[in-house]
Write a protein that binds this ligand. Sequence first.
Ligand code: 5GP
Ligand code: MN
Length: 333
Amino acid sequence: MNNKRLESQIKELITDKSNSVIIPHKNPDGDALGSCLALNFFLLNKGLNSIVISPNDYPSFLKWMPGENRILNFDNKSSEAINRIENADLIFTLDFNDLSRSGNICDEIKTAKGQIIMIDHHEKSKKYADFELSQPEMGSTCEMIYNLIEYIDPEAITSDIASCLYTGIMTDTGSFRFPSTSAKTHHIISKLIEKGANNSKIHENIYDNFSYSRLKLLGVALKNIEKIDPLPYVVITLSQIELDDCSFKKGDTEGFVNYGLSIKGIDLSIILIESKEDNIIKMSLRSKGDFSVNVFAEKYFNGGGHHNAAGGVSRETLVKTKKKLISLLKSYN
Ligand code: 5GP
Ligand code: MN
């Protein structure tokens, strides 16, 4: 179904005075939260009874976002969240296309009676929704939400909505530098600033809001970076002990993997982060050019994402995972 037809169907769905819930992926980032919060403001202003339910907590550098203080965290408010999901007519799932990415909310969504509306920009949807707005060519889900709101009612973009959307577009495009950033993206950004997004303040809130220990941890990560000669690839590791030594908090490692790509000639950077709590190694992969990290992550590490930015998981030790990864990369083409 084409996107305009879907946007028009979504428009019809939300003219009802319905109950809605809006759900981002687990460990939500700026784009996931920004798109959910923006859509939530829009629906509330249209008279719907709406709420954002996050599968779990999110980094403190996102805890200034407009409307953020009203998000229900499924991890510690699960009975209230379950009640809202059970009574929802509309269930929006934003910034993911595989139900398992909703973490512990997954089973609730599966058994809920409401209509599921997926809005997402990842490749290879797992097709769980009643209405699916999927645009992998988009740099962010926030850009999709902007287009949806502009289509339904351009006047409805308030300064809160503009700030949320600006945040998600900025974070998911690496501050407007990834190839998915288009002239249209900049056009939207200009509109959002006109509508009241304080661009300079938002950059400061996101990028100048880290702890001393997070910067120390970055130092450890950079010390651990290793070139996989003769390939133009690097791998970074962080063990649980190293994380503990730097008082690791959720979100502290966000963006570390990108430093690998700042080296001249390097076009693949992978970070492996040990989690003793979940007993996994979480991987983040970033590339420039042709290397499809989502294909690689899906094939070997039960992951996925985008062509140049993906994630995956290993259940082996950090040392074994690194060894396996290097050997796979050396034989991969
Ligand atoms: P990050 O490395 O920042 O966690 O994720 C990069 C991209 O890959 C994001 O778009 C994210 O949604 C996706 N991603 C990260 N981890 C996983 C995973 O385990 N499975 C899948 N399917 N996608 C992932
Ligand atoms: Mn996104």
